[in-house]
Write a protein of this length. Sequence first.
Length: 233
Amino acid sequence: MKKLPACSIMKNKKADEQIAPEAVVRLLLVALVAFVLFAACSNFDFSSGEDKYELSFQHFVGGINSMSSSRTLFEDVKIKSGTAIIGFANGADSWKCYNCHDKDSLPTRKFDRPSSPECGASACVCLCKEGLDFEGGKNKVGKCKSLDCKVLEKNIAPKTYVLSETSYWQDGFLFVVGREGLNGLPKYSSEEIDIFADNKNGILTVCDASMKSFNEKKPPYLPDSMCIPVKSS
């Protein structure tokens, strides 16, 4: 067997020593590119993380503000379990629910208008992101630890029927997931709900699928509509 000259062996050793650092650099570059791509995809993924709820809320608000005089279906509005979306009419001091889960001449559920700038001189809608709670006996008052509010360019109907001729929302709307006994509606087990909105001459009425179903029964005293404002007395 032919032996390689000593100088050739030394050259091969030197080449190996030069290749090793280059391979390490290549591996580091590949790892860096993979990390950047993973981070970008994570931020873009609407189906994971806390951002999906805020993005869904922003889409909902933007859709309402861009509505023409027509009805719009917002499919799969994402609301995290234990949180809520709350709308307040222009000039109203609170959202109220009359005869919701209890009977009384006073509102049985109430949520006071927040003091945020977005709710100052117009209708507004807020995402309660954390700390939703209703306190009191038969007449419960809601509160939220963390609210994100947006201006609504349309006002909200003064009254909207919920699921009977006696229960209705006044000066706003409230949708909550994972909680029951707060807004006159059944408990939502899914974090994705369908919300219907009507814009009639700049006056907005908002309802969910169960309210739509109730109104499709066409009681004799109600017009044929999915979201029905109660006539002011």
